[in-house]
Design a protein around this ligand. Structure first.
Ligand SMILES: *[C@@H]1O[C@H](CO)[C@@H](O)[C@H](O)[C@H]1NC(C)=O
Ligand SMILES: [Ca+2]
Length: 488
């Protein structure tokens, strides 16, 4: 079991870093370019720093490609440590939108941006014949001098300049007033109303697995507000091999002590498990552990594999009904990380996955009458989004070290849900630091740290960091959310 989960975790980690390079990662940030400034204390506008005036390491100034600003641009990125170091001052500690003016004349490239020799992020440059401005996320500059390095990564691009613009304050959220299911029961409505009341103001602490939540209590003196459990071992193709799920009991226990419950499902493929020594049956949610073809199964409602999908959904409905009957509203997150493709439900592209989501929603809501569910969607890419009608909350799983605010993903999800859907960090490797969350206005509704090898691993979460997070005013813990069920 632990081994299977470890594979899950590393699979995500490996692909998450690859995903960071995809073009959709360039955040669409509003740049307040031409603010009318008649007052004596104007908001400073954009400031541009020419690459050719910066400190060059292993790189050189050139001027043969037309279209640059200043007196040239910087080329010669061909060794791992080649870089440009910009010195950028700020009057106050403040968040800025960063853009990079670049010509990726040899094809698409990636660069690494390093702030103050600390946090690094990866920025994707689409192929272009001439200089273009590329949004490169946000940087929190300290008062006084700062450094921004542009470091080789793939190399072979030409940097003209960088521009920083004070980030516009986030406009008020416009979250939908009620759950998407018109028949949502009182428990689901109370949970939704409570979440909406805290969204943008606080973050719920959360943890994968009840036993790790209790471990956190021992380490920090505080218990997570939210516990996430996995329906994995109720998958019929596991049950027939002897598994016995305990997720429902754990969820009910956390609910009884006043907590909030989230449920995901590592859905073991209904059939077609290879079950070889390298690809064991218990890793059967992975694309590479099964030949189950979800697109083919869904093509025809009379085929045997369609029937098996429904059988599996009905088996999970039995468990979700136990939660409903115990009065537990559920933040329900099936088909997670679909866009990654490493799970079979995402392996055949967005259309099959969206279709399966629609079937899940309809079967659980309308056929089984499960009105205790709030529906949590978990891919960022727009082409995967199943639509506003069946999604209450949008979310991402982010595995990046450094306890950062994950603001790139947050901003992408603002775009995806048009700021009408609340946004959650449903799985993280590193719990986010509250000061950074607030500085970046990354208003994640909750974070949930994955279990073994992440929550208990100092490379991801030191005990000191966990104490800071769990004792912050901005972070809600179990003791601070008591009574949420009475929210109207
Ligand atoms: C059902 O799935 C299994 C496993 O992938 C496959 O061998 C079989 O051909 C499929 N059946 C149909 C009717 O597509
Ligand atoms: Ca220049």
């Amino acid at each position: 079991m632990a081994k299977a989960l470890k594979y899950v975790a590393w699979g995500i980690a490996a692909l998450a870093s690859g995903a960071a390079a995809a073009p959709y990662c360039a955040p669409q940030l509003s740049t307040t370019s031409q603010e009318p400034t008649s007052t004596p204390s104007p908001v400073p506008g954009p400031r541009t720093f020419e690459a050719e005036d910066a400190i060059l390491t292993g790189t050189r100034v050139e001027s043969s490609l037309a279209g640059y600003s200043g007196t040239g641009y910087v080329a010669g990125f061909d060794e791992p440590n080649d870089k440009i170091t910009f010195h950028v001052d700020s009057e106050t500690t403040q968040l800025y939108d960063l853009s990079i003016r670049v010509a990726a004349i040899y094809g698409e490239k990636r660069t690494t941006v390093v702030l103050n020799n600390g946090p690094a992020s990866e920025v994707y440059f689409p192929a272009a014949d001439s200089f273009v401005d590329i949004a490169a996320g946000q940087v929190l500059l300290n008062q006084g001098d700062n450094t921004i390095d542009i470091v080789n990564n793939w190399g072979w691009y030409l940097i003209d300049s960088i521009t920083i613009t004070p980030s516009a304050p986030r406009p008020p959220h416009q979250i939908n007033p009620s759950p998407v299911n018109p028949a949502a029961d009182d428990n689901a409505r109370a949970l939704y109303a409570y979440l909406r009341s805290i969204y943008g103001k606080k973050i719920l602490s959360g943890q994968q697995e009840l036993s790790w939540a209790d471990w956190i209590a021992q380490q920090t003196g505080k218990t997570p507000a939210l516990v996430s459990v996995d329906m994995m071992d109720y998958s019929p193709s596991r049950v027939e091999r002897g598994t016995r799920g305990t997720a429902v009991e754990e969820a009910i226990e956390h609910h009884r002590r006043g907590g909030i419950v989230s449920v995901l499902w590592h859905w073991n493929a209904p059939t077609g498990l290879y079950d070889t020594p390298e690809r064991r049956w218990w890793s059967g949610f992975y694309t590479d552990a099964t030949d189950f073809d979800v697109a083919r199964a869904l093509a025809d409602t009379t085929n045997a594999n369609y029937t098996l999908l429904i059988r599996d959904i009905d088996a999970i409905a039995v468990q979700l009904k136990r939660l409903r009957d115990a009065g537990v509203p559920v933040l329900w997150r099936p088909l997670h990380e679909a866009e990654g493709g490493w799970f079979w439900w995402g392996a055949k592209g967005p259309e099959a996955c969206k279709k399966l989501w629609g079937i899940l929603y309809d079967r659980l809501t309308n056929y089984h009458g499960l009105n205790n569910l709030l529906w949590v969607w978990n891919s960022i890419l727009p082409e995967w989004y199943p639509g506003d009608e069946t999604v209450d909350i949008v979310s991402a799983d982010v595995y990046a070290q450094g306890n950062g605010p994950m603001s790139t993903q947050y901003n992408q999800l603002i775009e995806l849900g048009q700021d009408k859907k609340m946004i959650a960090a449903t799985e993280v490797g590193a719990a986010p630091l509250p000061d950074l969350l607030q500085a970046y206005e990354a208003h994640w509704l909750w974070f949930a740290v994955w279990g073994d090898t992440f929550i208990n691993n100092p490379q991801w979460n030191s005990i000191e960091t966990l104490k800071t997070i769990y004792n912050s005013d901005y972070v809600l813990t179990l003791d601070e959310i008591q009574g949420w069920r009475n929210t109207q």
